[in-house]
Design a binder for this molecule. Structure first.
Ligand code: AMX
Length: 470
């Protein structure tokens, strides 16, 4: 258990603390391989914890909100509970307190010494517990049994032109799947609010299970003449996804395990996560909430950046070649900036160091494709871009983020269709945001409704405040 959490719980209630610590034990002792049962076991204690925090700390200020923050994209405003992960500006993401290297060490892998299986991340994100291999296998099996897509979903996608962006097709498919929502049906039938989380759990797991087939269908439809590949029930979630896309290379399966895991969650304030949480707070079901989040992910400053990065690197190579000097590369970057565009894959709203999701992808590349010319270009950019952005004086974080690297790995194994990359990000993101959505409903979090203001309101407020303090 993270020390800070333990300290807080020790202050709250000794008996509660003891129960809570159970969830953080590495669970070789746990025999229960059913994720829903595990969450059900946690719910009463988690509700108690929320109550205790509210009653003990409810009136404590979490910090000041300035006018800059309000008109600057709410940067730095602490305004949301998000249990599944926390982003530290300096060290990057921790999933339930665990860094990426810790997850790589502790979560079960498909092959000895290989990348963790994303089902292990899903268990960790949902429970805070490191799962056993048995639990991960049971979860893989459970997801396979849920991965059925009704025919009308394909009809709806087929009604779109193949030229529609793959993210448009993905969101359309998710919306068509909403007919299957158990939460929507249960709510209409008059479900007690203490039980909201149960059909939300079912919808979330069904959606996570169905996304790879839906996404693979879109890929095969758009790029492979509609030649769809059936699921392979002997494979884990990520490997089966790669298989349905058409990739048999075991290293591509490993890459997909890494990809899905590291893209699963990035705390709650990013556009896709926050949107799912916000829309879900209106008791919109998980299909509606997740589709909304995916529309946010499709923006170029967020998830679409991974397609933009590869396109931009390709442009660099086409225009000045791959064997370029650092000076030639610098000139190209200045040209990009002068044209009023951002350098895609660099910068972050919260991070202030190189993204550890970039680092682990770089390590994968150094191990498996050190001589790839595109990887070498990515390495050169790592050297050249940050000093230029720093010298410009306005970028708060000049370092590369996750998207600066992912495309180069995918193209190496043959997934070269850049417009599809954000769909992979979307499938992966489901694990984090839907784990949190289950907890949002289990904890009974209310509808979100922050206060907005007009220019006039801000001016009058600031004038009266100045008058009062003068
Ligand atoms: N290239 C050029 N300029 C950049 C820049 C970059 N990579 N990153 C930030 N800036 C600029 C901003 O556009 C802003 O300029 P302005 O004052 O003229 O509007 C200024 O620097 C200050 O921005 P910031 O506070 O450092 O960043 P932010 O929190 O406003 O935005 C982000 C964060 C990621 C949108 C931004 O860094 C960016 O546009 N990066 C490129 C796109 C990208 O890689 N997005 C993916 C992020 C990860 C993800 O969500 N998948």
């Amino acid at each position: 258990m993270p020390r800070a959490v333990k300290l807080l719980l020790d202050q709250l209630k000794p008996s509660h603390s003891a129960r809570w610590s159970r969830y953080y034990q590495a669970s070789s002792a746990a025999s229960n391989a059913d994720l829903r049962a595990k969450i059900a076991e946690m719910v009463p204690d988690e509700r108690e914890k929320l109550k205790a925090i509210k009653s003990k700390y409810g009136k404590v200020s979490l910090g000041e909100t300035t006018v800059d923050m309000a008109i600057g994209g709410m940067r730095g405003i602490k305004g949301m509970l998000w249990e599944t992960s926390l982003l530290d500006p300096e060290e990057g993401i921790r999933f339930r307190g665990m860094s990426i290297p810790e997850c790589q060490k502790k979560l079960p892998a498909a092959i000895p010494g290989g990348e963790p299986i994303p089902e292990g991340f899903l268990w960790l994100l949902s429970t805070g517990e490191v799962p056993t291999k048995e639990q991960v296998n049971a979860l893989s099996e459970d997801l396979r049994s849920r991965a059925k897509i009704p025919g009308h979903v394909f009809d709806v996608i087929n009604a779109l032109p193949k030229t529609a962006h793959p993210m448009t097709q993905l969101t359309t498919g998710i919306m068509a799947l909403q007919t299957e929502s158990e939460f929507a049906k249960a709510y209409e039938g008059g479900l007690h609010k203490s039980k909201y989380w149960e059909p939300v759990y079912e919808d979330s797991m069904n959606l996570i299970a169905r996304l790879p087939e839906l996404a693979a269908y879109i890929y095969r439809r758009v790029y492979k003449g509609g030649d769809v590949i059936a699921a392979d029930s002997s494979l884990d979630y990520a490997a089966n996804f790669a298989h349905m896309l058409g990739f048999k290379d075991e290293l591509m399966h490993e890459l997909m395990r890494l990809y899905v895991s590291i893209h699963s969650d990035h705390e709650g304030g990013n556009v896709s996560a926050h949107t799912v949480h916000l829309v879900g707070s209106a008791l919109s079901d998980p299909y509606l909430s997740f589709a909304a989040g995916m529309n946010g992910l499709a923006g170029p400053l967020h998830g679409l950046a991974n397609q933009e990065v590869l396109r931009w690197i390709q442009q660099v190579v086409d225009e000045i070649g791959s064997e370029v000097s650092l000076d030639q590369l610098k000139d190209y970057i200045h040209k990009t900036l002068k044209s009023g565009r951002v350098v895609p894959g660099f910068g972050h709203a919260v991070l202030r160091k190189t993204d550890p999701r970039y680092i682990c992808q770089r390590e994968f590349a150094l191990k498996h494709l050190p001589e790839d010319p595109m990887f070498k270009m990515v390495s050169k950019l790592f050297e050249v871009v940050p000093p230029i952005l720093l010298a410009g004086g306005k970028v708060k974080n000049p370092w590369p983020n996750v998207d600066a690297h992912s495309g180069v790995l995918l193209q190496y194994y043959g997934l070269k269709e850049q417009n599809y990359y954000t769909v992979l990000f979307g499938v992966s993101r489901a694990m984090g945001v839907l784990s949190q959505l289950i907890w949002d409903r289990a904890l009974g979090l209310p509808i979100e409704r922050p206060k907005s203001m007009t220019f006039e309101y801000i001016e009058n407020y600031c004038k009266s405040k100045a008058g009062m303090t003068a």
